[in-house]
Ligand binder design. Structure first.
Ligand SMILES: Nc1ncnc2c1ncn2[C@@H]1O[C@H](COP(=O)(O)OP(=O)(O)OP(=O)(O)O)[C@@H](O)[C@H]1O
Ligand SMILES: [Mg+2]
Length: 241
């Protein structure tokens, strides 16, 4: 299986400070990764890079085997494949339906298909019938779930979730965990940050742990066979936590 993302010699700096330093990391399609680490360890920085929203200060990011060209023209198509659910998502003042449908409209998805996807996404996050509610009047947890529905409705190839379960109650968390865990079966690659130590075990998949911007276990670097590009399965840095 070829890597979906490959990070080589990546450095992300703000002024003098390097906040992300990953020498080699490969992420594979149709898999689920949990991304853990203390506050400020670089999780959001890494997701922002994977979302192709900001180029690294140094190093090479490859997507589907090709080095990412950081020009607007080259990024336009790629960014449509990748959706990032922000840590503090923004909903505009309007109906829940309009918020969930927003990205679909931008992609030219209209009519019945738009309706179907919005309704299905709201159902998935446990908010059926919320379409006509005003987004600004939702509770914090409800707003978080609407933002999740907006991301799911896009049915992206890669879904990057930045602490999607941080503000939701236990029942909702279990519901969303089920939704998230099922995504790889549909071919979606999921990378999700979390501070809940139980999530990596409950959701399955692989865990990537960052300590001060570096992989906790450089051994997580998959054993890429130089000639085939295949990864040895089952490598995890969980034992190093
Ligand atoms: N625009 C910026 N300018 C300067 N420093 C920044 C900037 N963005 C992030 N940083 C710093 O980079 C480091 C990593 O931040 P990041 O947001 O990636 O951490 P995180 O692991 O997502 O933390 P949290 O768990 O709190 O969300 C932090 O020390 C942060 O202060
Ligand atoms: Mg963060």
């Amino acid at each position: 299986m070829n890597a979906l993302y490959r990070l080589i010699g990546i450095r992300q700096s703000h002024g003098e400070r390097t906040v992300l330093a990953i020498d080699d990391l490969a992420l594979f399609p149709g898999k689920l990764y949990t991304l853990t680490g203390a506050n400020g360890s670089g999780k959001t920085t890494l997701l922002t890079l994977l979302a192709l929203l900001a180029p690294p200060t140094a190093g090479e990011l490859r997507y589907e085997g090709e080095p990412v060209q950081w020009t607007n023209a080259a990024l336009l198509g790629l960014r449509r494949q990748v959706t990032l659910l922000h840590q503090s998502p923004y909903l505009f003042d309007g109906s829940v339906f309009a918020n969930v449908a927003f990205g679909l409209k931008l992609r030219g998805i209209r009519g019945d298909e738009k309706q179907r996807r919005v309704e299905q996404a709201l159902e998935l996050v446990g908010l059926p019938g919320f379409g006509q509610r005003r987004a600004r009047e939702l509770s914090g947890g409800e707003a978080q779930r609407v933002a999740m529905a907006r991301a799911l409705a896009l049915e992206p190839k890669v879904l990057l979730l930045d602490e999607p379960l941080a503000n939701v109650d236990r029942g909702t968390s279990e519901l969303l965990e089920g939704v998230i865990a099922a995504l790889p079966e549909r071919g979606t690659t999921v990378i999700m940050t979390t501070h809940d130590p139980e999530h990596p075990g409950r959701l399955g998949g692989e865990q990537i742990h960052l300590i001060a911007g570096e992989l906790a276990c450089p051994g997580f670097v998959p054993e890429i066979n130089a000639s085939t590009g295949f990864q040895t399965e089952g490598v995890s840095n969980r034992a190093y936590l």
